[in-house]
Design a protein around this ligand. Structure first.
Ligand code: MEV
Length: 438
């Protein structure tokens, strides 16, 4: 890799020129260039769509697109599209889905669909002056956003509330306009941000045109949606009897198993180190659905992690309830998803993923994604409190290791047979390959 200096005009180069320029910095420049060219979709029209998702695009970076069947959610069977690069996740989701499909499936309910946005501003004239005029300011905000909101209102959504928030105990002269929105089946980021910028203009114009505000300074600092949507919330759970023959595990009795499982989840409730990994396992499933359906996984994750900290310490998003003979495993997670707008209609596979899911609305997609999260969480905690995850994970990871050593298909077949009964590790795989190669 050569030393880099400030690059100017990069965005104006065409794609080939960009690839050449970047490749010229690498020792393996031909490989870089060929790999990127080979990543282009064979249909130039489709490639153009991918290229225009973001900027300075050189090619495509592939992630596997997998499927987990047998997700019974509220009585309806789904086959879930999962985009994920980590081995074991799809297998874990499928395993838990099948197990629970035979025991009633996933139950899910929406607890709210509210989105949030804020105009952050400073005002040195005090709260009471703002409060006095706020009903009029709010009225003007609603009137001035009518053009932006009319379509959304036709679909039954729109602005649901606008309030003034006093934040002066945190930062002197700092206030917010906090608004809530119903964005129906769209994630709504553009809609919300447009409304907020119009609120900000209204606020500024109102202050500039009103004598009572003349001696004071009102400055809008920023207007932006909040990805923290604690009231855009879904609850999903599985439940089963605790009785022998329910077969939670081969080694432990059902009662022993659910007790160990409950303790495993309790640990994630009280310890943030464990909670982070526990919740990561939940997002293995959620992100995979979110990505497959063209949604914004950064927004979904940021929101979930903020929610996991809502009581002051970072904690588990899932919990266990044991009521006499019933074991219930519950995931409550906020997420803002869309099934219209954004990439959902543009990305060829996102569109087909939604089709595979029966073209769900946003609320149904929340239930589906959360079921994937709960399934992965169930499988992970189950493995952890019984046989440990490494054995199963390394078996799934075996093909990756074989690929690192450039194993042929025949070598892979022998290796898979051999490692059915042997511990998988890089060393063990390397030794095995050396042995059969010599
Ligand atoms: C690995 O991707 C996810 C797990 O670490 C989750 C967990 O520990 O609960 C297995």
């Amino acid at each position: 890799m050569k030393d880099l200096h400030i690059t100017t005009g990069f965005s104006r180069l065409d794609k080939d020129q960009k690839i050449d320029l970047v490749a010229s910095h690498l020792t393996e420049s031909a490989l870089f260039s060929n790999t990127l060219h080979n990543s282009w979709h064979r249909d130039a029209g489709v490639q153009k769509i991918y290229d225009e998702f973001s900027e300075n695009t050189l090619g495509n970076y592939f992630f596997p697109y997998g499927v987990a069947p047998n997700f019974l959610i509220n009585g309806k069977m789904y086959m879930l599209p999962l985009v994920i690069e980590e081995s074991s996740v799809v297998a874990a989701a499928s395993g838990a889905a099948k197990f629970w499909a035979e025991r009633g499936g996933f139950h899910s309910e929406i607890l709210g669909l509210e989105k949030v946005g804020q105009v952050h501003f400073t005002f040195d004239g005090g709260l009471s002056l703002l409060q006095r005029f706020f009903p009029e300011i709010r009225r003007q905000m609603l009137a001035n956003t009518e053009r932006t909101t009319s379509n959304m209102m036709k679909r039954g959504g729109g602005i649901t509330n606008i309030e003034l928030v006093d934040m002066t105990d945190k930062i002197p002269d700092y206030f917010q306009v906090k608004a809530t929105f119903d964005t129906r089946d769209s994630m709504g980021a553009n809609f919300i941000n447009s409304c907020l910028e119009e609120f900000a203009d209204t606020l500024r114009d109102f202050a500039a045109g009103n004598d009572a505000f003349a001696p004071f300074s009102l400055q809008v600092i920023m207007s932006i949606l909040s990805n923290y949507t604690p009231n855009c919330l879904v609850r999903t759970w599985v439940e089963g009897e605790i009785k022998e023959g329910h077969h939670y595990d081969d080694f432990y009795t059902d009662r022993e198993f659910v007790n160990r499982f409950e303790t495993g989840v309790r640990i994630a409730e009280v310890d943030s180190y464990r909670a982070t990994t526990h919740n990561k396992g939940i997002y293995n499933g959620i992100d995979a659905v979110v990505l497959a359906t063209g949604n914004d996984f950064r927004a979904v994750e940021a929101c979930g992690h903020a929610y996991a900290s809502r009581n002051g310490t970072y904690s588990s998003l899932s919990r266990v309830e044991i009521e006499e003979n019933v074991f219930r495993f519950i995931l409550e997670v906020p997420m803002s998803l869309g099934t219209v707008g954004g990439l959902t209609a543009l990305h060829p596979l996102a569109k087909l993923s939604l089709q595979l899911l029966g073209n769900p609305d946003a609320a149904q997609l929340m239930m589906i994604a959360s079921a994937a999260g709960l399934a992965n969480n169930y499988s992970a905690v189950k493995s952890l409190v019984t046989k440990g995850i490494q054995k199963g994970h390394m078996k799934m990871h075996l093909l990756n290791i074989l690929n690192v050593y450039e194993a042929t298909d025949t070598e892979k077949k022998h290796a898979v047979d051999y490692f059915k009964h042997e511990k998988v590790s890089h060393n063990a795989v390397n030794s095995f390959l050396q042995a059969i190669r010599s």
